[in-house]
Ligand binder design. Structure first.
Ligand code: KIV
Ligand code: ZN
Length: 549
């Protein structure tokens, strides 16, 4: 077990003497609590990219993962810790020796590290989950904090399900772990059960009765099961919390966590009421939110506060009239304050490299010089087929290009025929970068089904598509379609994403992404369909198939 000790360097915590008054720390748990929610898992590369975006956004602490959960989790936390970040890098651990050792190892390379310990304290959890008495929970918490402090200067302690814990027991546990060396005390509303007034009362009591509370940062972590995650976090902050745990787009267990962008903009817009501030560069919120939704294939609701497409749209005539007279009639924040694009119509077929590069930067995305050239060619092709190229199209191109350019298989041809009320047929040709090629034909109960069946067959892999979502990105009949799917392979779940103005091609690209990812890790020759060994399928062939189908 590592015995390295990590400095508690960097900016002052809000409760430290040189901290700016009214400063609230933003503890981002997108990569831990958020990532553990269904449909939100990320690859190590995606986590690294997201950590950079969060760092540039200005979060104070990045909770990078739960190293004891798996080797991959530990490796991802270690990779984030090793990359240069301004933010403190935190790893979660239960109050167990092996968890604490894994967390300490994972954050060892970080310039500023934290271990976040937790144990459930509520009677429901003690009795049914832990089967431990109050005294046993208390002992485990103290021992865990002592052990973690021997390895890392900065230790946070969370009492899981705190809002359903007897307040007097919480007070006892918190006092004891502060004495054992915890520097941050987190009070999670694990099941999203509390109300603003209730959490404010609890925080006021903790501040009055917990021994040593004035020496630590008091933190809030609210889930959104009753839709009060943000309201409860703000109430806790008004009652003395100086760290708010939250996630981008509010992702997290079940209904999610308090949404970072909502917490930050509420504190900022209602500074008159809260008199609290954060270090977040709010102009990066929109790009960060879009980067995450693009990465996960998890659409942001149009009416989502702060970052939804409609957040700054004014449709009703009476609203438009008011807006024209004076923006503040109906706008409490300016779109530019959150980095909302001024206009969604950005580029067209006459736009050049400079305009594209600039727009990519404004969207908070990055591409290297080599990929940019390929992207520019794809952009030109899209601009030819589509009159208006929107921000969403550019995001899709950048994120899509990152994936599809890597191959090794590319979709050389796809022919699809479909009859309403009858079967559809798809024939395709895949080309490998090493010169191999594969052709396959399949029927299905729709064009997407037929295409996916042909691709899975051509790959020769045992793949089961468990979820497919197709949506339009942008507006109008010429909008691009985005397909996101989840695939089961070898007891593993993989996600693919594809975009195209043709939704069938988008679905094909999404599954091809999965096939390529598997192929890159375990090179595997695809099967060649006997019907297609002779060459490309012609339209005559297709018609023949359709008439038989
Ligand atoms: O919701 C919760 O209780 C947690 C803890 C691990 C902090 O996520
Ligand atoms: Zn949580």
């Amino acid at each position: 077990m590592s015995t390295a000790s990590f400095p508690h360097a960097g900016h002052a915590a809000p409760n430290e003497p040189d901290a700016a008054p009214g400063r609230v720390l933003i503890f981002d748990t997108t990569l831990r609590d958020g990532e553990q929610a269904p449909g939100c898992s990320m690859t190590r590369a995606q986590k690294l990219r997201m950590a950079r975006i969060l760092d540039e956004l200005g979060v104070d602490i990045i909770e990078a993962g739960f190293p004891a959960a798996s080797d991959e989790d530990a490796a991802a936390v270690a990779a984030i810790a090793a990359a240069a970040h301004r933010a403190r890098i935190c790893a979660l651990a239960r109050c167990q020796e092996s968890d604490i050792a894994a967390a300490a190892r994972a954050v060892e390379a970080a310039a500023q590290a934290r271990i976040h310990l937790f144990i459930a304290t509520s009677p429901i959890h003690r009795e049914h989950k832990l089967r431990m008495s109050r005294a046993q929970v208390l002992d485990a918490a103290i021992a865990g904090v002592r052990r973690a402090r021997a390895l890392c200067d900065d230790v946070e302690f969370s009492a899981e399900d705190a809002l359903r814990t007897e307040p007097e027991f919480l007070i006892e546990v918190f006092g004891a772990v502060i004495a054992a060396g915890a520097r941050t005390i987190n009070v999670p509303d694990t099941v999203g059960y509390t109300t603003p007034a209730e959490i404010a009362t609890l925080f006021a009591r903790l501040r009055r009765e917990v021994a040593g509370i004035e020496r630590v940062v008091l933190s809030t972590h609210c889930h959104d099961d009753l839709g009060m995650g943000v309201a409860n976090s703000l109430a806790a902050a008004e009652a003395g919390a100086r760290q708010i745990e939250c996630t981008l787009n509010g992702i997290g267990e079940r209904a999610g966590n308090a949404a970072l962008e909502e917490v930050v903009m509420a504190l900022r817009t209602r500074a008159d009421r809260f008199a609290l501030n954060t270090a977040i560069d709010s102009t990066r919120l929109y790009a960060a939110s879009r980067a995450l939704s693009g990465m996960l294939g998890l659409e942001v609701a149009r009416n989502k506060a702060i970052v939804g497409d409609n957040a700054f749209a004014h449709e009703a005539g009476i609203h438009q009239h008011g807006m024209l007279a004076n923006r503040t009639t109906y706008e409490i924040m300016r779109p530019e304050d959150v980095g909302f694009p001024h206009t969604r119509l950005v580029l067209g077929r006459h736009s050049g490299r400079h305009a594209l590069r600039e727009r990519i930067g404004m969207l908070g995305l990055r591409v290297d010089a080599e990929r940019f050239e390929m992207l520019f060619a794809e952009f030109k092709a899209l601009a030819e087929s589509k009159r208006e190229v929107l921000d969403a199209d550019i995001e899709a191109l950048v994120l899509g290009a990152a994936v599809h350019s890597r191959g090794p298989w590319t979709l050389a041809a796809l022919h699809v025929g479909t009859y309403v009320g009858g079967a559809s047929i798809a024939s395709l040709h895949l080309r490998h970068c090493d010169g191999r090629s594969a052709r396959e034909t399949a029927t299905g109960n729709g064009p997407v089904h037929a295409t996916m069946t042909a691709l899975v067959r051509a790959s020769g892999l045992d793949l089961e598509v468990v979820e497919l979502r197709v949506r339009s990105i942008g507006f109008g009949a010429g909008a691009q379609g985005e397909a996101v799917l989840r695939v089961q392979h070898d007891a593993q779940e993989l996600r693919g994403r594809g975009t195209s103005t043709d939704i069938v091609e988008a679905a094909a690209l999404a599954i091809l992404e999965v096939i390529n990812r598997i192929e890159r890790t375990h090179p595997h020759p695809p099967s060649l369909s006997p019907t297609d060994r002779n060459g490309n399928l012609t339209h005559d062939d297709l018609d023949q198939h359709l008439s038989v189908a």
